[in-house]
Design a protein around this ligand. Structure first.
Ligand code: GLC
Ligand code: GLC
Length: 817
């Protein structure tokens, strides 16, 4: 069953009933000011950091699930009837409801008793504010008198504190109201130099800023007292819960449309110009007033919306494809690319499943997010790489995450995840392949953000490799540390105390448990670094990395192979995990994927065996599960992985992040049919028709789909913020369609289904635009017979870099078995 449909032309998903199985959300903002918004206008906003600079309050895990948002009420003054055009929070039945989630904007509208109302929400580029553009049309035959009430609930900045420290919070809230603009200034009197504002394009007839006055005692947001009685109380918050609400009265003739703009924004003043007059405690508004005036004017708001659309057209225009598969086109051309941008911006901080207070920028996560994003704005990828590297420890190890506002690593989620550093090499290599910017390797970057410790970025990468080599275990495989990519495989944790964090508890000295996954990742990373060393003219060093990769490969083949597939790990007792010998957890997906990606087992048939085992034991119609058999009980020596009920999350869920590794492995092995088959099993658009089973948004990937051991098999969870976005994008564009940026040019090596007669793509790369046509007249999966570039045949399958820029280059590719 469907709850809406794709509008590919407008690059929107159109939801046509408000009661989706879960909140179906979108993101606002692409630079510093961000928000999440659901299909019923739920959500919140923040400046840069979802924990430390939260503008508005949201109630996670509420009932109804999605509560707190950018709500507008309309009230018919003739009969007192009121409703919300976005359905929530009044939940009065509305007609012709629709929510259009687009690229950085959302439009929600409905009709109630002959009044059509629609709200467009977006963040103008370069601004720290959001626009809500309300348009109301009177579709009745007679005039109507309406009152519109806006509403937001302010968060007292630090979202963690806001949700816990009530003995203090109830006494700190402060606002100012001046010329209809509501200023939220809690803690501005002391150390903060920033405030929020909520403004309205019409002269309001009233306002409220104290929540419990606006709502009335023992009442909720469904029926605020001010709305019910039809007039604001003009309350001024002093402590308790500051909100912003305007009342705007509108009289509309039949068929007349009126527009009202609301602005919610964030503003900083210089420390010594906080107050006006300087000795007062009144906010200096001279700096913010021009911004407010500008965006309250409809022509400026309209222009900002057009700019936002142009921005996205430009970004998505970097790669557009036209294949026989609509689900592929839609995800590659629109939604998957968009999701990659969002994961790049948010890491794992703020979604409907990530509360914005738990996790900052993940070290391994952000390095992987780059893979799906780097072609759109390489400069931002560069900045991110440098920020990440600056949190690296001098040992080569990494803080598992850093906070965006401070850009400092922290130990809240531990450190010593032994795979972390290796991802920095993959991220950096991807950046250089896309941009050709070798100068990044010479960028001076500190360790642990300590001034005076700067070395070229290249040295950081060297330390990443050394970090692994200095931590090898009894079989010469890498020690796992707290965990590797699988955060929940905690082989040194041995926690028997309820509530202890699996990520920060360590009861073993970590000298035994080894990870085959890190072994594979090391081979991949060492080969990448060997290439970089070679390019820098460091031939000796290059050979060392090649040798290290070969040695690790041999070790993996010797101690990391179980006979039919790659082993997962050795535990703290030196016993195998992910082996036919095990009763549960016999086979894991991660080493099959990463080892084959690294080229291990490609020559001697082991890769093919491992892929056959995946197909036989792990693949389901809803995607490939993480391991089998699921752990049916808690194992002290395995940690969090066995804490989940079978079929969920890392315990045999379909952890979507890992599926593209198998797609890539299949593609590398020349199996185009298998690769695309796996791709479509988890492709959100391909799953749209089973939305009642899938339940999450049909336009973005979730982190997890319940595996076959769960009664809810096929149900998705944790949508949006997942490495799934970047890896699926890489799998389909670089390995299945086979358009791969490399140092020397654009590699074109498609591995597609036999039934495809070909496809077209346009790819901007290093200053030129490549118009690519792939023809598969022989019905093969792989094998480039001939590439003709602007009428001239080139050898092999690499389109070499062009010596001119700004051109469109025609690339014709013929496949043959
Ligand atoms: C989460 C984490 C990611 C980890 C994965 C598997 O998605 O963000 O870092 O690799 O889980 O545990
Ligand atoms: C939990 C989750 C895992 C995530 C980790 C982050 O362990 O299961 O997916 O990576 O938390 O701390």
């Amino acid at each position: 069953m469907r709850y809406g449909q794709f509008d590919d032309k407008r690059r929107e998903y159109v939801i046509n009933r408000p009661d989706t199985p879960l909140p179906w959300i979108n993101y606002l903002g692409c630079e510093a000011y961000f928000g999440i918004i659901s299909n019923t206008a739920g959500g919140y906003s923040f400046y840069r950091d979802a924990r430390l600079r939260r503008l508005t309050r949201y109630r996670y895990n509420n009932a109804p699930f999605d509560f707190g948002g950018r709500y507008i009420y309309l009230r018919d003054r003739a009969n007192g009837d009121f409703w919300s055009p976005t359905w929530q929070p009044t939940r009065r039945p509305v007609e012709r409801y629709s929510c259009r989630h687009g690229m950085g904007y959302t439009i929600i509208g409905s009709t109630f008793a002959g009044i059509r109302a629609e709200v467009l929400y977006f963040v103008p580029l370069g601004q720290n504010l959001e626009i809500w553009q309300l348009s109301v049309t009177n579709e009745r035959e007679e005039p109507v008198s309406l009152s519109a009430f806006s509403s937001v609930e302010f968060c007292l900045w630090d979202a963690w504190d806001d949700a816990t420290n009530f003995q203090r919070n109830f006494s700190t809230g402060q606002v100012e109201v001046e010329q209809g603009v509501i200023y939220h200034k809690t803690e501005y009197r002391e150390r903060r130099n920033h405030f929020a504002y909520f403004a309205c394009s019409e002269k309001p007839t009233g306002f409220d800023t104290q929540r419990d006055v606006f709502l009335g005692p023992y009442r909720g947001w469904e029926a605020p007292a001010a709305v019910e009685r039809g007039s604001s109380f003009n309350s001024i918050a002093y402590g308790w819960a500051p909100i912003g609400s305007h009342q705007v009265d509108l009289t509309l003739h039949p068929k007349e449309t009126r527009n009202v703009i609301f602005l919610l924004g964030y503003h900083e003043n210089p420390q010594d110009e906080k107050f006006d007059p300087p000795q007062s405690q009144t906010i200096n508004k001279r700096t913010v007033r021009p911004v407010i005036e500008k965006y309250l004017a409809k022509p400026n708001a309209d222009a900002a919306f057009t700019e936002l659309k142009d921005h996205w057209n430009r970004l998505l225009g970097v790669l557009q494809v036209d294949t026989p598969s609509i689900d592929t086109d839609r995800m590659v051309n629109i939604w998957n690319a968009y999701q990659c941008m969002v994961t790049f911006n948010m890491s794992r901080s703020a979604s409907f499943y990530e509360s914005g207070i738990g996790r900052g920028m993940g070290f391994r996560d952000s390095n992987q997010d780059l893979l799906g994003f780097v072609h759109m704005i390489p400069e931002r990828a560069r900045e991110r790489i440098v920020d990440l590297a600056a949190t690296q420890l001098a040992t080569g190890g990494a803080f598992h995450q850093y906070q965006t506002l401070t850009k400092r690593g922290n130990n809240d989620i531990g450190s010593g995840f032994n795979d972390d550093p290796l991802w920095l090499i993959l991220g950096t290599a991807a950046y250089i392949k896309e941009s050709g910017d070798w100068s990044i390797l010479d960028e001076m970057v500190p360790y642990e953000n300590q001034a005076g410790t700067e070395t070229p970025l290249y040295d950081h990468l060297q330390r990443c490799i050394r970090y692994t080599l200095e931590r090898l275990g009894p079989h010469e495989l890498p020690l796992i540390g707290r965990a590797d990519w699988n955060d929940c495989l905690n082989l040194n944790c041995f926690s028997d105390t309820p509530g202890q964090s699996f990520q920060t508890t360590t009861n073993k000295d970590g000298k035994v448990a080894e990870s085959v996954f890190i072994g594979g990742l090391f081979v991949l990373a060492a080969k990448e670094l060997a290439d970089l060393a070679y390019k820098r003219g460091l031939e000796q060093e290059c050979l060392c990395y090649v040798a290290a990769a070969e040695k690790m490969e041999a070790t993996v083949l010797e101690h990391g192979w179980d006979g039919e597939w790659f082993l997962r790990a050795y535990d703290d007792f030196g016993h195998k995990l992910g082996s036919a010998e095990n009763e549960e957890g016999k086979i894991f997906i991660e080493p099959q994927g990463i080892c084959i990606l690294a080229g291990i087992g490609q020559r001697d048939g082991r890769a093919a065996k491992a892929l056959a085992a995946v197909r036989e034991r792990l693949a389901t119609p809803h995607g490939i599960v993480l391991q089998q058999p699921a752990f049916s009980r808690y194992y002290l020596h395995l940690g969090e992985i066995s804490s989940y009920p079978p079929g969920y999350k890392e315990n045999a869920g379909i952890f979507c992040h890992t599926n593209p590794w198998i797609m890539i492995a299949e593609a590398m092995s020349g199996n185009g049919d298998e690769a695309l088959d796996y791709y479509l099993r988890i492709n959100p658009s391909a799953r749209e028709s089973i939305s009642e089973v899938h339940r999450c948004e049909p336009y973005v990937y979730p982190q997890m789909i319940a595996g076959r051991d769960a009664p809810t098999h096929g149900e998705a969870k944790n949508s949006w913020l997942s490495g799934t976005a970047a890896w699926n994008y890489a799998a389909i564009t670089q390995w299945i369609l086979g358009i791969r940026p490399e140092y020397e040019g654009l590699r074109i090596d498609p591995v597609i289904p036999r039934s495809w007669s070909g496809f077209r793509a346009t790819r901007q790369f290093r200053g030129n635009s490549y118009a690519i046509e792939v023809r598969n007249t022989q019905g093969v999966c792989r094998g480039v017979k001939k590439i003709v570039v602007d009428g001239v045949e080139v050898p092999g399958n690499l389109v070499p870099l062009a010596d001119s820029a700004g051109r469109t280059i025609q690339v014709e590719v013929d496949l043959e078995g």
